[in-house]
Design a protein around this ligand. Structure first.
Ligand SMILES: [Zn+2]
Ligand SMILES: [Zn+2]
Length: 201
């Protein structure tokens, strides 16, 4: 597999993310470093990697695109730390590295920020930590390892995310960690989607 250039990877990240920003530049650099580290460019196939990104910001999109690790394939894990760092974990060997960058930023008068960062070698820009990752089997890619039905809402819960209370599986939303709360509730007939309307009071 021919190695893509930094500019090609950056262009792919920008096309997905929607704009050029520091996060795309740094994210592209970090993802390429990780792919190099794990030998992604030595073989036809990408290595069996997962990435843990530590913020839901620009950097995460670049890592996802450049390393080909997506949330929907369970290869991108989001840790809500608000930090511009990512850990790459090799499923086959268990080896993991956490990457972030030295606090080097272009001054406001630097026009070409891509060229600014391109001139800084990895050895000066990227900080590498050897880390341990404890991954549960239910966090790995592949089909759901388990599916249960929540005893309160009746919805299906995959991959051991339920909590058992008095012998019954309960989803975390029903346990008081809701991502949303219903304002009103309508049950729709299967196959006949209709717009829910607010019940008359
Ligand atoms: Zn951005
Ligand atoms: Zn529930």
């Amino acid at each position: 597999m021919e190695r893509r250039s930094f500019r090609d990877d950056l262009d792919a990240a920008i096309a997905f993310h929607g704009h050029l920003c520091g996060g795309q530049i740094i994210g592209t650099r970090i993802a390429r470093f990780a792919l190099d580290y794990f030998g992604a460019y030595d073989t036809e196939k990408k290595p069996d990697l997962l990435a843990f990104v530590e913020a839901d910001r620009c950097l995460a999109d670049a890592i996802s695109v450049v390393a080909g690790l997506t949330l929907g394939k369970r290869r991108l894990k989001w840790m809500d730390y608000g930090k511009m760092a990512a850990t790459f974990y090799h499923i086959g060997t268990g080896e993991a590295i956490r990457l972030h960058t030295a606090d080097i930023r272009p001054s406001d008068d630097v026009v070409d920020k891509v060229a600014f960062y391109e001139a800084i070698p990895d050895s000066e820009l990227i900080i590498v930590e050897q880390v341990e990752v404890h991954l549960r089997p239910e966090d790995l890619p592949g089909k759901p390892k388990s599916t249960v039905v929540c005893a309160i809402c009746g919805e299906r819960v995959h991959d051991g995310r339920e909590v058992v209370r008095e012998g019954k599986p309960i989803c975390r939303a029903c346990l008081g960690e809701p991502v949303c709360r219903p304002v009103y509730y309508t049950r729709q007939e299967a196959g006949s989607p209709t717009k829910a309307s607010k019940p008359a009071v």
